[in-house]
Each structure stands twice: as structure tokens, then as C-alpha cells.
Design a protein around this ligand. Sequence first.
Ligand SMILES: Nc1ncnc2c1ncn2[C@@H]1O[C@H](COP(=O)(O)OP(=O)(O)OP(=O)(O)O)[C@@H](O)[C@H]1O
Length: 242
Amino acid sequence: MLTVANLSKQFGEQSVLRDVSFSLEQGEVLAVLGRSGCGKTTLLKILAGLEMPTAGTLLLHGQDLRPVPPNERQMVYLYQEPLLFPHLTVFENVAFGLRIRNVAKAEINQQVQELLAELDLWEHAQKAPHQLSGGQRQRVSFGRALIIRPRLLLLDEPFGNLDAQTRADMQQLFLRVSRQHQITSLFVTHDSREALTVGTRFAYLDQGQLTSFASVGEFVQDARTAIRSELAFWENIQQKLE
Ligand SMILES: Nc1ncnc2c1ncn2[C@@H]1O[C@H](COP(=O)(O)OP(=O)(O)OP(=O)(O)O)[C@@H](O)[C@H]1O
């Protein structure tokens, strides 16, 4: 469905992405783990059409994406800070993408109602964004993205500003909803636990070079992901408790 081949990006002398290649099938979630400054945001921006690659090919359903403007790519880019219209209710924020596409009113009401129920937001439908918690705002932002059935969802540390419990709840919600709607996503995070929770495929990005793993086992075994050292840490604690 999505094929990225030999993608490179230079900012002046600096090589931010080097020969990045991967492919994704419908409904897969590629979890990209990487430390700050590794080039994650640049990769997502290139996919969204907000930056142009220096070299390489990008194909979505066989179509070359490079000449396609961002608003025609049918992708949604979700950041840490949910982007909501402050003057619109939760209902209207989610409905927005359908209203501008001139979908019939009854159809909009039904779809928004169903999605808000799915996202556990129905009781907040008439509130304004400033009356919501951070996790609720992020759920509205997720609803705005899902309602237009994006071909690709790009998530850039979307739960990074949330407390640990809300973050864990959001990961479960993301899993449930993306499975149900067969959403294809690229989910970048610096948290290995989050990557393991949300991913169906796994990659590691380091200084602009992407390593894709054939299995979750290979991802866990690669020393750069630091998952083995975390497991060792917890085993050590466990031994102390015994
Ligand atoms: N428009 C730009 N012009 C010049 N350099 C840039 C530009 N955008 C990004 N960079 C550089 O590219 C590198 C990667 O940036 P990027 O934003 O992709 O990192 P990141 O992996 O998302 O990091 P973080 O997790 O800290 O946001 C950085 O060294 C950054 O300074």
C-alpha cells in the first residue's frame, strides 16, 4: 500500500534522512522508535507533503506522492498538541471534516454520534475544547482524523504530553479503533513500551537511518532499542523482592 524507497533528506550540509526504505500494508501500524533529533518528524513531514525529499520515491497505492499537495494526500498528521477549533463544540470539531465535504446532515449526525460513542466522548459532545482534559482533547483530535477515513495516519509522539495512565488508556483506545477501522499508521515514539504496545511492525531510526525488523523478537533483541536492558533492570528488581 505504502512504499518508501531510498528516501533521503538534506538540510544544507546536514543529512537528516539517509536511504530510508520500508513498505506498509493496509491496517498495519509501523512503530518507529527513535531518540530526539533522529529525523522522525522530518520523515512524517515528507509523507504528509510538508517537506520535499532530496531523493527517493514515495508510492501510495502505486501513485507517486511527490507531486500531490498535502491537502490531497488523504493523510492526517497528529501531533502531541491536539489541534482543535477553540470556538466549536466537540461534536462540531469532529463533524468538521464531513461538513466541508458537503456530506448530508443526517449522515454527519449518525457518523459523529457513533464515533464519539466509540471514543467515549458522547457525554462531552456539547463542550468546548477548553472544558476538556488533555486526554479528552487528544481523543477529539483522533476523532477528527478518523471521521475522514484517512489513507494513512501519521502520529508524532501523540500521547507524549499525557500522564502515564492516560497514555496507557490512549494506547489501548488507539489499538482498538485502528484495528476496527483497519487504519494504516506510522507511529513515531521514543518510548519502547509504547512502540511494543501499538506496533504490528517495528523499526528503529538512528541519525536518519531506518532499520526495519522482520519480527517483534528481532526488535526486542536489537541492543539499540534498549528493551533487553530494561527487561534486565526489572528482572533484577524482581530478584531483590524474592
Ligand atoms: N527546516 C529545517 N531546516 C534545517 N534543519 C532542520 C529542519 N528541520 C529539521 N532539521 C534538523 O534535522 C534534524 C532532525 O530533525 P527532526 O525534527 O526530524 O527530529 P526528531 O527526530 O523529530 O526530533 P524530536 O524528537 O526532538 O522532535 C535536526 O538536527 C534538526 O535540527
